[in-house]
Design a protein around this ligand. Sequence first.
Ligand code: F6P
Length: 568
Amino acid sequence: MSTASTPPIDATTTPSWADLTAHQAALNPDLRAWFAQDPGRAARLTFDAADLHVDLSKNLVTDETIALLVRLAQDVDLAGRRDAMFRGDHINVTEDRAVLHTALRRPSGASPELTVDGQDVDADVHTELAKVYAFAEKVRSGEWTGVTGERVRTVVNIGIGGSDLGPVMAYEALLPYKAEDLDVRFVSNIDPTDVAEKTAGLDPRTTLFIVASKTFGTLETLTNARLARDWLWTELAAVGALEDSDEARTAAVGKHFVAVSTALDKVAAFGIDPANAFGFWDWVGGRYSVDSAIGTSLAIAIGPARFEEFLTGFHAIDEHFRTTPIEQNVPALMGLLNVWNVNFLGAHTHAVLPYAQYLHRFPAYLQQLTMESNGKSVRWDGSPVTTETGEVFWGEPGTNGQHAFYQLIHQGTRLVPADFIAVANPAHPLADTAAGDEPVDVHSLFLANFFAQTKALAFGKTADEVRAEGTAEDLVSARVFSGNRPTTSILAPALTPSVLGQLIALYEHITFVQGVVWGIDSFDQWGVELGKKLANEIAPAVTGDAAALAAQDPSTQALIGWYLEQRS
Ligand code: F6P
């Protein structure tokens, strides 16, 4: 039976919520004591999901907390909602759509077959993937050429939001796997600086643009695509590679532009041959689309075999999430812990701190995934939420963050739960041979920081410990660390394509779990619409239409007026 449009269960009225409230009121978190009294705590609260080794033991929870959170999951029918998602029910209620990013990574021949709304989902996914892979191979091998017959050296992905953040994050994360003779650049911002900077120094003869847009109606992307097309025509002409004719210009677009979209009619209207377009479906949310054709730039960079490994990683976590009891289900437990931190401990933000330089765009990627999904004030039936929802996700790679904002996490007045992510084997196992008598493995030094930070946050430093170091009494309080600052440690063997897929799927499902508890539709994004509409309405005022300017509110009018005065 479909659970898609069933009204959400109000988590705050469930018995488990009441019990969690009472439990929190009586709880006096003390990680020092909890670990001292319970030698099995770390092992009991550490779980493996595919290649991910996840230690939850430094969170402010006891076994009872976990048991109550598992009961909460049962009370809101998390398993039922999860199964509805995997089955293809229309759980994106406000857009009346299935939510099937998990279908993008089902291996071919997976059983049982997945037919949703009359669509043979597996067949369509694998047909489209085969097209993407064939194209990627052509670009990588040099079979695909530009107008002068030269092979592609630079791919420029033009997209924004989910059509940019996933591909750029994954490209940066998997740089060691990229073809040496190919680079990818990413244009997203409608600030003309972006397209200008990203095309700077490129040879038009060897440049391929991918216009990536689910809707093919996004102002930023279409504007940037037109700017890029002008750039191509101008620069090809400048090197004598373009005749001054419409036919030649159309042919150049055919050789240097491809598209990824669910709206192939609009792709054709832009002038891109639909034969050079890769599709996906409206049941893939933009922020859940890096593993669809939206990842074409990545597939070109790392090659189809590595892209396939990437998908395998996602699928491994999907299977873990789909089949593991909640008590050991890592995405479920992490999502429930986030609910605990937000709704019972009062956390407003959540830091994601990768100790892996290649993951430097991961927090930015997660911002869209989590905040566009769960930044909602009404539930999927339109009723107001009954508790706080989406926390602010943010972060920077360690150790850079240590020298910037960790002060607040260690000693500030706010509770900032944090996920620490690291891999055991680095892409560059460099040794510092000049630091001392023995060479120092720099990655181990790096990870010493990872382990030290989570330890310091959990256990802190007491006033007596500070005094024992000989600190003057008037400085003691400034040097005390309260501890009891919750962290989750996520370790993986190495940052492979599979592990990256696993990490992304992990956070996709964490986000889903939180949305289910809060009763919200984590797959719509109506909150981005008003600003887009107003930008279109205000554009004439900014470009000199006096009547449009007069129609603005006094503040906006004055700001635009000042801007117009400044423009030279
Ligand atoms: O920011 C709103 C949004 O609709 C995102 O959800 C989406 O990822 C982004 O715009 C880009 O949309 P499109 O891929 O349709 O250009």
